[in-house]
Structures are given as C-alpha cells and as structure tokens.
Design a protein around this ligand. Structure first.
Ligand SMILES: C=C(O[C@@H]1C=C(C(=O)O)C=C[C@H]1O)C(=O)O
Length: 367
C-alpha cells in the first residue's frame, strides 16, 4: 500500500512546482536588474570621482526611498521595501566605494543598529569607544561619517553629543530614529548568583522602575556602552547586563526578561556626522545653535522671523554656556532646508541679531 503522507507530499510538490518555476524566473529577472542597477551605480561612481564628489548622497537616497513608497503597487508594505532598498543602495554604493562609518561600539550597540539602518550593511564600520572618539575620527578623516546618539524619548538630550556639536566643525547630514528595547541578559539565565547589573547610564535610567521592582538589591554599575556590558556578562556569571537582544545573541547570552524599559515607546534619535553638507531632499530639517543677549524677551525677539516666514520649530533644547557673557546655548531644529528661500531669509535675520549663531546642517527627516 502506498504511504498517504508520501502521496500527499508528492501532491504538494506537484502543486508547488509551477509556482516555484515562476519564482525562479522572477529571481532571474531580479538578478539581472540588480546587476544592471549596480553597473549604473558604478558609472555614477566614475562621474563622482572625476568631479571629486562624495559617494554617499543622503538627499538622493531619500528621493529614491520616497519614490519606492509612492510607486509601490503592493502587496509588499512600503516600509519593508524601503528597508530592502536601503540595502540595495548600500550594495550599489559599495560598487563605487565602501563608505567608512564610525560608530559607538563595540559591536552590538544600538548605535550600530542605527548605523546599519541608515547606511545598510555594505559599509566599512569602525567601532569607537566614546562619542568624543567618533567626532575625532571623522574630523581626522579616519571615517567619512559618524553615527552618535543625540536624544532619547525618556532621558532627553545626550549632553556630550550636544556639547561636542557646539565646538566641532562637523555637520549633521542625517538622522535615524530607533525603537529601543532593552533585555536583561545573563550567561546562563540563572540570576541567583548575580551581584552586579551593568549597562550604559541611559539604559539603567530607562529601566529604573523595572529594576526597582525586580532586582532592588543588586548593585547597578554604569559602563561605557550596553555592548561592553554584554561582553562583561559573557565573561563573568556574577554580572548581568541590560542590552539589546542583538547584543545578547552576539555575546551568546540568555534573555532573562525582554522589553524591560519603563516606557514601551522608548526611542532614541541618532545623527549622522560628516564634513559634507547635504542637498535638498523631499522632507528636510535644519539644526542650529543660538545664544541671545541676556535680557527680557530676547529669545522671543530673536525667533520672531521664524513665525513671520512660516518656519516650524521641531525641537528646542538649551545647554548652559560655559563661556562668560551668555547664559545658555539654544539648540533648535526646524522644518526646511537652508537652501530654501524662506528659510534663508529667516536665518539671515536671526544670525544678524544673535550673540552666537552656528548652523549644524540640513538633512532628510526620517521617522
Ligand atoms: C548611485 C548614486 O550613489 C549612491 C547610491 C545611490 C543608489 O544606489 O541609488 C544613491 C545615492 C548615493 O548615495 C547616486 O548618487 O545616484
């Protein structure tokens, strides 16, 4: 007697065979088209080389991603296609040259995730130990780009990044927003012998209530990155780390508890640093730093051209000024690009009246 399961299987195979043949044919077309695209990127690379132009053009990539969403006939969701296209562009870009990107390492940090989200994986990633190191590396041409955290939805601004932006000649040419989900990680998963929980101070703060509820008596120790904490936990079972599941997998740790951050909508925004300025994209924002004379109504008066010229402010942060004479530096993000007429006019007035003015750059908005 014939085996019904085997029979079924051959029935399934018979039904699948023609569809799989079509998939193979589509793959062959995709393969051809992807290589055609790569050859065009190579041709673009030659032109750029001739004119000494940068390989990575964030504004052009933003246009490509916008077109993908606008022309998408479905059923694939646009955001998935955009993720795919970022990788396609990354691979095509690498045909011109693999761009060097400095990030806050070691491997397994959220900054690494943000970097790959922005640049795709076909890059030359350089891990740095501090935010200062990233600025220095890009300033010294050790990398064309740097990715650093700038603000978290719970903890607010990353002060070191803010302070370095004030002094550095580097420009902002992109931003990345990432959902931050922390896990409690341990070598075996058995927390009974754990005496120390390590993480970046921001991660410890983002899990404050959860830690108080679950491990109130275990000492918390800040380290320079969550991935460094994960490395420590991998080497010592008396240490547990708070980091991403990606870091957990990278360092062969068990997840004791997932999504332990106090706010489910915990997000961090990262910026991309470079020496190059970014052209106009479909949707831009601009970052500036200002200081006003210390008198009543000065901030209001200084920013009035924004209202008059129809420029929308997106973010307003202040940092104490260390120099004498000014009380605060104001870090302002607003909608628009410095090459747009109304923005240029508003900024010219603001610059003329400010005690201090610095433009950090215009760059594509990303969600
Ligand atoms: C091909 C280019 O170079 C890079 C790759 C891009 C792509 O693959 O679409 C787009 C912008 C650049 O970062 C280009 O500038 O057009």
């Amino acid at each position: 007697m014939s085996d019904p399961i085997l029979n079924d299987k051959s029935e399934v195979d018979k039904d699948l065979a023609p569809i799989r043949a079509q998939i193979d044919a589509v793959d062959a077309q995709l393969l051809h088209l992807l290589n055609e695209r790569a050859k065009l990127a190579q041709a673009v690379g030659h032109v750029k080389q001739k004119h000494a132009q940068p390989v990575f053009r964030p504004e052009r990539e933003a246009f490509v991603l916008q077109k993908i969403a606008a022309q998408n006939p479905g059923p694939l969701p646009s955001h998935s296609l955009q993720t795919l296209w970022r990788e396609v562009m990354s691979i095509c870009r690498a045909m011109e040259e693999a761009v060097k990107v400095a990030y806050l390492g070691p491997a397994g940090t959220y900054t690494e995730q943000a970097m790959y989200k922005q640049f795709g994986h076909a890059i030359d990633a350089i891990d740095c130990t501090t935010v200062d190191d990233i600025f220095r590396t890009v300033e010294a041409d050790g990398a064309a780009f740097g990715v650093v955290p700038i603000e978290n939805s719970i903890e607010g601004a990353v002060n070191r990044t803010m302070d370095l932006l004030l002094a550095s000649p580097l420009k902002i040419c992109g931003e990345v927003s990432l959902a931050i989900r922390h896990s409690m990680l341990h070598k075996t998963g058995d927390m009974s012998g754990v005496t120390t929980i390590v993480a970046h101070p921001q991660a410890l703060a983002q899990c404050y209530n959860w830690l108080k509820q679950h491990y109130p008596h275990i000492e918390q120790k800040p380290v320079s990155s969550n991935a460094q904490g994960a490395q420590m936990a991998a080497a010592d079972p008396s240490v547990a780390a708070i980091a991403s599941d990606i870091a957990g997998t990278k360092y062969a740790l068990q997840t004791v508890a997932a999504s332990i951050q106090d706010d489910a909508n915990n997000r961090t925004r990262f910026i991309v640093l470079a020496k190059q300025l970014c052209g106009i994209s479909p949707n831009d924002k601009t970052s500036i730093i200002l200081a006003t004379p210390n008198k009543a109504g000065a901030v209001y008066a200084l920013l009035e051209p924004f209202a008059r010229k129809g420029v929308s402010m997106l973010r307003f942060e202040s940092r104490p000024a260390r120099q004498k004479g000014w009380e605060y530096f104001f870090y302002i993000d607003f909608a628009g690009h410095i090459d747009e007429q109304h923005v240029r006019e508003a900024l010219a007035e603001i610059e003329a009246n400010a005690a201090f003015y610095k433009c950090l750059g215009s760059y594509p908005v990303t969600s």
